[in-house]
Design a protein around this ligand. Structure first.
Ligand code: PEP
Ligand code: MG
Length: 446
């Protein structure tokens, strides 16, 4: 895309891919007639999940980070997003016509005349390219290049799209998102049961990998009255919280899941933020106790590999788990010691850092030697370049947001044996997003 003649460009960091042209608006401004680009200091994951998709064409935040849960929610909803763009965006006059470039991490403000025409034409071209890719992905089936694609989504209403998405099933049901900002009680077995039963009915034969509640970090649940932590991402999050409160968090959720499995739902259960084998075996014992009481069938139990201790000691896990799923967002945050939500570090969070690639390679090599399947999820899996790197490092399945499937599908279809070897070599020796983007883009003609 040629630079614009008159528009002012605000440089942020890519959040969610896509290009949209619309006027900007802050939430405090009067409601406009049609669709708009939301500008805000920051958005919480709850705010983002509640956005009205009929009106919000995209968003740009002054703060935030590219692998934050806010961006994960935006990914899931397919809303183009730019983060960490600085406070200048907050001074834009409401109604200023802008182009939001989610791939480039840019907001072009004040479009008129030829600039506006060029931006709108680019939007149409992108839409058409996406449509063609979607059709190709659907026609080709859910395992391009031998990598199984599954999906993640944010709103239960999106589940109906699974059948037309080119994905084989749901690879990550982030259950806490079903409750964020809603009235339902997160400790209520009946509320959990309704959610999983309805979903299982909607997706039919497709498998659903359910992640138990990942509360904490930037996903607080006020009703639980959890103590405030200085550094919540290093605190009582995910399985740590579930094992401290089995009676009101873990057991009601597991009971609901096994009841759905007993009714014929095809489920797998995975635990987040696992650090030690003992955490997994304790959670698995509780699950087995719940299962036996309900007389439900066994379902595969696995862990998310997102804490470096788990990744480095993965040889100790493989004898116990049925599957592994690498959470690339958290693995990157914890390996690089860089918070997902700190805007000052937004440009330093590199999920293709050579250290992350080597850790992924170590996990896949160890898991394969033990015959344990290993998939990956998180923002990296949903980018064409990231998906090609992960597949080259031996990942056999990727969990991708619905809107990202066509572009990922295209990249994996082009990744033949020789390309895999070349990408693997570059990932494990040099790494880094700029280098790998250039290498993979040229190699696969993306
Ligand atoms: C991850 O950490 O990569 C992941 C998929 O989980 P979340 O982003 O929900 O923490
Ligand atoms: Mg995670």
């Amino acid at each position: 895309m040629r630079p614009f003649a008159n528009a002012e460009t605000y440089r942020g960091v890519p959040g969610t891919r896509g290009w949209v042209v619309a006027p900007v608006r802050r939430l405090s401004d009067p409601a406009p007639q049609g669709r708009y680009i939301l500008v805000a200091q920051d958005l919480t994951p709850t705010d983002t999940a509640a956005l009205d998709l009929a009106l919000v064409a995209g968003f740009c935040t002054a703060d935030g980070g590219p692998t934050s849960h806010t961006v994960q929610v935006a990914h899931g909803l397919g809303i183009p997003a730019v983060v960490a763009a600085g406070t200048g965006i907050l001074t834009l006059r409401p109604g200023t016509l802008c182009a939001l470039d989610g791939d480039g991490g840019l907001l072009h403000a004040g479009l008129d005349g030829q600039d506006l025409q060029a931006a709108t034409a680019h939007e149409r071209e992108q839409d058409e390219r996406d449509r063609l890719r979607r059709e190709a992905a659907l026609a080709a089936g859910p395992a391009p290049g031998g990598v199984t694609l599954s999906t993640t989504f944010v709103k239960p209403s999106q589940a109906a799209q699974l059948a037309h998405s080119g994905a084989s099933g749901i690879g990550l049901l982030a259950t806490e998102l079903l409750f964020l900002g809603r009235e339902a009680d997160i400790t209520d077995e009946a509320a959990h049961h309704r959610a999983y039963r309805d979903l299982a009915q909607t997706v039919g034969e497709a498998e659903i990998t359910v992640r138990t509640l990942d509360i904490g970090g930037d996903k607080p649940v006020p009703a639980l009255n959890l103590p405030k932590e200085d550094n919540s991402f290093l605190g009582v999050r995910g399985i740590r919280l579930a094992l401290r409160r089995p009676d009101d968090l873990l057991i009601p959720q597991l009971r609901a899941l096994y009841r759905v499995a007993a009714g014929g739902g095809r489920l797998r259960i995975m635990f987040p933020m696992v650090t030690t084998v003992e955490e997994f075996t304790r959670a698995a014992e509780i699950a087995e106790d719940v299962r036996a009481r309900i007389r439900a069938p066994r379902v595969p139990l696995g862990v998310m590999v997102e804490v470096p201790a788990c990744a480095l000691a993965v040889d100790r896990f493989v004898a116990h788990v049925d599957f592994l799923s690498i959470g690339t967002n958290d693995l990157t945050q914890y390996l690089l010691a860089a918070s997902r939500t700190n805007p000052a570090l937004a440009r330093d969070i590199d999920p293709l850092h050579v250290a992350v690639n080597r850790t992924v390679g170590h996990v896949t090599d160890t898991a394969h030697a033990a015959g344990v399947p290993v998939t990956a999820c998180g923002g990296l899996a949903a980018s064409p370049v990231g998906s090609a790197v992960l597949a080259s490092l031996g990942i056999s399945g990727l969990t991708v947001t619905l809107p990202a499937i066509p572009a990922v599908h295209e990249a994996l279809t082009r990744l033949d044996h020789d390309a895999r070897q070349a990408v693997r070599h570059e990932a494990l020796t040099t790494g880094g997003t700029p280098h790998l983007t250039e290498h993979v883009t040229a190699l696969l003609g993306l």
